[in-house]
Design a protein around this ligand. Sequence first.
Ligand SMILES: [Zn+2]
Length: 251
Amino acid sequence: MATVKDFSVEEKLASLVKLQKIDSKLDEIRILQGELPIEVKDLEDEIHGLTSRKNRIEEEINGINEFIEQKRNAIKEAEALVKKYEKQSESVKNNREFEAINKEIEMQQLEGKLADKHIRDANEELADKARLLEQAKKQIASKESVLNHKKGELEKIIGETEKEENEYIQLAADARKGMDDRLIYSYDRIRKSYRNGLAVVPVMRDACGGCFNAIPPQRQSEIRQRKKVMVCENCGRILVDDDLNNATEVK
Ligand SMILES: [Zn+2]
């Protein structure tokens, strides 16, 4: 059996404060990184959606252009037919034939007018689509510039904090080694139950540094004596006096 050194309450409290400071530093680093990867991912998704939209508009524009080309050909065909019938009408043999040819000419002229109207409508639609396309392109460009900025920021933070994070992970592991299992268990349980990850807090301005509940002078004096582990009656966090908190350094 390894000999376990019997730590005083004061030493136990000091190591708890130290562990808390290390863990808080790790929380800080992770919060800093934590938001950016999500923001980058969201922006990438948005750009992906906008790009699909842009591609769809471009396909629609191609479709409209094809339609206009078809209608232009239809006009040419109608004009050619009108010319052909006009030539035929010069050599008609009777009234009936003349009327029949005239009807054909009228029909082709109507076809031509209709195609013309279709082209005009299509051109209007084309202008609308061009506006939408321009809009989508602008949105993509602005999202891309934000994305590049965020990506740069993220890479910088990861580059800067990676070494620091690993150092603190090591420090936390070291700090836990010599500590009382029961105390570690309580510490982890309290830490997990609060969003800010604070399980050990100093008494600040006669109140708990975690929940700001007032602490009576009698309890404050007990805390300062460092003879037993005291917890806040309101939030359950482990309380230490301000001097001990300030005297404990992480590195
Ligand atoms: Zn409290």
